[in-house]
Design a protein around this ligand. Sequence first.
Ligand code: MN
Ligand code: MN
Length: 468
Amino acid sequence: MEKNREKTEGQKKQEQLVYKKKNYFEQASEAERAKIFGYAEGYKEFLDAAKTEREACARSIEMAREKGFTEYAFGDPLKAGDKKYFVNRGKSIVVFRVGTKPLEEDGFRLIATHIDAPRVDIKQVPMYEDSGMCFLKTHYYGGIKKYQWTAIPLALHGAVMLKDGRKVELCIGEGEGDPVFYINDLLPHLGREQMAGAANKIIEGEQLNVVVGGLPYADEEVNDKIKLTVLSLLSEQYGICEEDFISAELCAVPAFRARDVGFDRALIGAYGHDDRVCSYPALTAVLDGESDHTVLAMLVDKEEIGSEGTTGIQCKVYEDLMEEIALALGANFRKVRAKSKCLSSDVTAAYDPNFPGVYEKLNSAVLSCGTAMCKFTGSGGKSGSNDATAEFVGEVRRMFDAEGVVWQTAELGKVDIGGGGTVAKYVAKLNIDTVDLGVPVISMHAPWELISKADLYSNYRAFLAFMK
Ligand code: MN
Ligand code: MN
């Protein structure tokens, strides 16, 4: 019988010596497969509840409280066993557990992720009426293919600060009966010239105008009747007037929900996998997973525009937080951070057989082969990358292998094509060993992105192994 035959010398050598990516679904037992599929259900709920960084932060607070975590403020005392969360301006959150290991010798175990996602922001003076429609002008946020955001249902999310200092939070277009919003595209019949041009000119920034109304106000004496109808509704329902847009952060996001993709339901399509597919596992790993180490899951904002501002990871607040934790535990922060380790967890590009030209297959992440470690990111000659040391990569590799995590290594596309970077280099600056690790995504930054449930769960398993 073929299968009972003993392995040849060559076959044995091959098993020992050759590196091969493994499909996690194929490796998983039936029980583990059930866990992979079960974990995805909670993730999809999180995606639907958290389409903006504010909503992701709010949902994370709820989840942390449910698990007995309490809010931390600078100066609060801390002791081993404490379960805390720290909120930065309602747009970023750090959830942490204080471990039993001495901090100066053991350092922090950090998982850094982001909860902002590419989208279309509403301008500060956005509203006008033209040709039977009322529009809001927009300014896109993050790297998007602008043409992808036309002709799909959009929801409006965000916060408006009124003149009197009150804050109104909006979320319109997600409920069953809610209206949605829309960005126009040209019909193919008149699109010959449009389609012949460069794809980045098919729809230009100033054409990303969101349709928000079409009903004229019943008064012969006023101009811009549709705009007045919309403003009247906003005033009645939310107390908002046109000037209030000046102090607002409103954004249009796809009104789609997260859904299983494929006959076998192996994949998930959703808006904003980048980077919630890493932040949700980071959050749940720290909420669920006990650890002797002091572990922090950082869910930060503004990664998509360079990690800037008071809520991006370059802000001193995160360093201050780590220093305050060290101080509260009687440890020297310089010693602590020198011993700390970080997984900078952001998505990477999954190899797409429809576009083989831009990938180098040997070093690309393959869907369902597990969460992908990128020793370096950056572009061209590794410009702007963190480039983790071989020693640290080796250490993390041993952590994953010890826990049986199915994972892979990856690089984002061909050397001379494009590239990208994320938060790793800012954490590394603090003298903290850092390496990139994240879920491979198909159609990254599209209004609806695709991931594998196996890779999502692999990422969660990797974080648990890192905390062990
Ligand atoms: Mn990202
Ligand atoms: Mn991104």
